[in-house]
Ligand binder design. Structure first.
Ligand code: FES
Length: 152
């Protein structure tokens, strides 16, 4: 590949919208690759832009960085996601988004009963104890570490 086909960090920053620090971080995490010039400056293949677009989309869906890395690792030889790859990978994210939307809807609906209340009761408040998850943890201040719950 000719060096003129490669992008400088500044070009990638400008075209992708990612900060240089983010590019360096993603390189350290193995999500993108860069070669070095003899002067030790980073150079990127143009395909890095598509890879960064994939990372941004995945992060917008709420994937953790390790999940993004795992998704990219399913591509052979570190390939940049093709349209077919994108379709396959993003299909698995739909359920995740549906679950997030449902959770937010429950949160919104619970807010109605909290407006003007302010009790933040662990027993009854849907905002401070959604779906009464505290009940399954047993009586008392169940979110405190066990040593702090026991009488001294
Ligand atoms: S603040 Fe009282 S029910 Fe949520």
């Amino acid at each position: 590949m000719r060096t003129t086909d490669l992008l400088t960090m500044g070009q990638v920053v400008e075209r992708s919208g990612f900060a240089a620090s983010a590019l360096r971080f993603y390189e350290r995490e193995g999500l993108v690759q860069a070669t070095r010039t003899t002067g030790n400056q980073r150079r990127y293949e143009r395909s890095v832009l598509r890879r960064l677009a994939f990372i941004r989309a995945a992060r917008n869906v709420g994937l953790r960085l390790d999940e993004v890395a795992a998704a990219l690792a399913t591509l052979p030889d570190g390939r940049t996601p093709t349209r077919a790859d994108w379709t396959r990978l993003s299909r698995t994210w739909r359920q995740r988004l549906d679950d997030q939307i449902a959770a937010l809807s429950r949160l919104r609906d619970g807010l109605d009963s909290c407006i003007g209340c302010g009790c933040l009761s662990m027993r009854t408040c849907a905002m401070s104890n959604p779906e009464d998850v505290a009940a399954a943890r047993g009586p008392g201040a169940s979110f405190l570490p066990a040593p702090l719950r026991s009488p001294a």
